[in-house]
Design a protein around this ligand. Structure first.
Ligand SMILES: Cc1cc2nc3c(=O)[nH]c(=O)nc-3n(C[C@H](O)[C@H](O)[C@H](O)COP(=O)(O)O)c2cc1C
Length: 134
């Protein structure tokens, strides 16, 4: 019997739309390589289910006072829970692409924080995070 192909989930959080544009591009590229991909805003997924995924691609912008986009707030609150251990995301592969502006002191702060938290929870980076500037 054939194994199921790994599922690729692309999750984005955007405040003014740029991260969504990038996500659509990434999604189209992924579609060519992997037929089992899905694109979701971070407020469309229950973060508790992340542990069951194979490959996660995050596209996230920094906004406000070096803050996360509004659509990521519930998701992020869940991930910051102290009771999630160092192996909670063991077996999950991920990468993060951040959108920011190097004119800000805390460049791509949201993407950097997310990358660190995912790694602290045991997820494995497939490639190093990418940081894009306006
Ligand atoms: C109010 C505001 C605050 C921002 N703060 C930061 C910041 O602290 N660090 C950073 O790297 N970029 C910051 N940016 C730049 C955005 O991250 C950048 O414009 C990005 O492309 C926006 O993506 P989005 O349209 O998906 O929200 C800020 C932009 C705005 C409008």
């Amino acid at each position: 019997m054939e194994d199921n192909p790994p599922r690729l989930v692309i999750l984005y959080a955007s405040q003014t739309g740029n991260a969504l544009d990038v996500t659509e591009h990434v999604g189209r590229e992924a579609e060519c390589m992997c037929s089992t991909g899905v694109v979701l805003s971070m407020d469309e997924i229950d973060a508790a289910c992340l542990q069951y995924e194979n490959i996660l691609v995050f596209v996230i912008s920094t906004t406000g006072q070096s803050d996360i986009p509004d659509s990521m707030k519930v998701f992020w609150r869940f991930l910051l829970q102290r009771n999630l251990g160092q192996s909670w995301l063991e077996g999950v592969n991920y990468t993060v692409f951040g959108l920011g502006d190097s004119g800000y002191q805390k460049y791509n702060f949201a993407a950097k924080r997310l990358d660190k938290r995912l790694s602290d929870l045991g997820a494995k980076p497939i490639i190093g995070r990418g940081l894009g500037g306006d």
